[in-house]
Ligand binder design. Structure first.
Ligand code: SAH
Ligand code: SF4
Length: 346
């Protein structure tokens, strides 16, 4: 069953053929500006509402809803029409409200340190299922306005290329979000990065690098064997040249693995010529990867080391760890199944 958010404005016009024009306006406004589900759009007559709702019931259903950080981080587990489940995280900050959406149920990329990768792949989401996550979060965020959408939940967005591009396009055209507010994170599917560059979409691309030498990256990110750092670099150069936008590199700091002085030099050599921004995230604990995240002292030394090389760098604070809602922790793990992993905090 398609989600109503799959529809373009023209397609919705066709669907409502015979209705006065202002009705189409009302439905569109309700869906995209108010983020209402169809049976809540009370500006349209009940009969039409029921007909549309029967045709387009909400395609995501809340299976779990948990909060942390005194309510400013919220995670939902959504059950989709076929029983597949995905997770969505809403994070409220002083200056912005960000939703982190899933693009796939599970992920086939198998990054060793990532809970989603450890759980394996179920299926691609449709653009509508991605957009329903955004709109659900937008409703929950009210009265604050949802300002940012990041494709950093479960799944590899560029392995679900068409749905990702379609969702991004609609978020831009219908929700008014632009490059600084739309981020797609990829593990480094080089040809898809180049294809995405040619779409001309206003978005920020984040590449999950984690290691800047092939031996180390092969271990952490198996896709590196297919698209090694040299090939990924070409795609990054192409991205910057084609879109005139800076890209960012994500780097989850793992104790003794990719937080060494040598790693600083390698990353600086890789990111420097691209003028890429580096985002450091202390590794979050996951059940299948029993190596610790770097200590906060080392995280800051690593940042300082990169800055000394002239690299633009930020340390991302970790939200939602206690509810398994932080980067890389999404895997539909229930409270009962959650295992406790040591977290170094010194
Ligand atoms: N598949 C995409 C987007 C989803 S993962 C990608 O890999 O980029 C979102 C981010 O979380 C990525 O940067 C990923 O490398 C990071 N991540 C995965 N596991 C993590 C962990 N255990 N701790 C910190 N970050 C992690
Ligand atoms: Fe997939 Fe991204 Fe996790 Fe790798 S880090 S397994 S690409 S979700």
């Amino acid at each position: 069953m398609p989600s109503v958010y799959e529809y373009t404005r023209d397609e919705l016009d066709e669907l409502l053929v015979g209705e006065p024009r202002y009705r189409v306006e009302q439905v569109w406004h309700g869906l995209w500006s108010e983020g209402q589900v169809i049976n809540e759009i009370t500006t349209i007559p009940k009969a039409l509402r029921s007909r549309l709702y029967e045709e387009f019931p909400t395609s995501i259903e809340v299976a779990d809803d948990v909060q942390s950080d005194r309510g400013s981080t919220r995670k939902w587990v959504f059950r989709l029409h076929d029983g597949a489940t995905v997770e969505t995280v809403l994070m409220s900050y002083d200056d912005r409200v960000t939703v982190c959406v899933s693009s796939q149920a599970g992920c086939a990329m198998g990054c060793t340190f990532c809970a989603t990768g450890q759980a394996g792949f179920t299926r691609n989401l449709s653009a509508g299922e991605v957009l329903e996550q955004v709109m659900f979060a937008a409703r929950a965020a009210a009265p604050r306005r949802l300002s940012n959408v990041v494709f950093m939940g479960m799944g590899e967005p560029l392995a679900n290329y068409k749905a990702t591009v379609s969702a991004v396009r609609r978020l831009h055209e219908y929700k008014g979000l632009s490059a600084r507010h739309l981020t797609v994170s990829t593990v480094g599917v080089a040809p898809a990065i180049e294809r995405l560059a040619r779409e001309g979409l206003p978005l920020t691309l984040a590449v999950s690098l984690h290691a800047a030498n092939n031996d180390a990256r092969n271990e952490l990110v198996p896709l590196n064997r297919r698209y090694p750092l040299e090939r990924l670099y070409e795609a990054c150069v192409y991205w910057v040249a084609t879109t005139s936008r800076r890209l960012s590199f994500e780097w989850a700091l793992i104790d003794g693995v990719n937080d060494t002085d040598e790693a600083i030099d390698e990353l600086a050599r890789y990111a420097g010529p691209l003028r890429a921004h580096v985002n450091l995230i202390p590794l979050n604990p996951t059940p299948g990867f029993l190596v610790l995240g770097s200590s906060s002292r080392r995280v800051h030394e690593f940042r300082d080391g990169l800055e000394a090389h002239g690299i633009n760098v930020t340390v991302r604070n970790t939200r939602g760890r206690s509810i398994d809602a932080a980067c890389g922790q999404l895997a539909n793990v229930t409270n009962a199944k959650r295992r406790s992993i040591p977290v170094r905090s010194a």
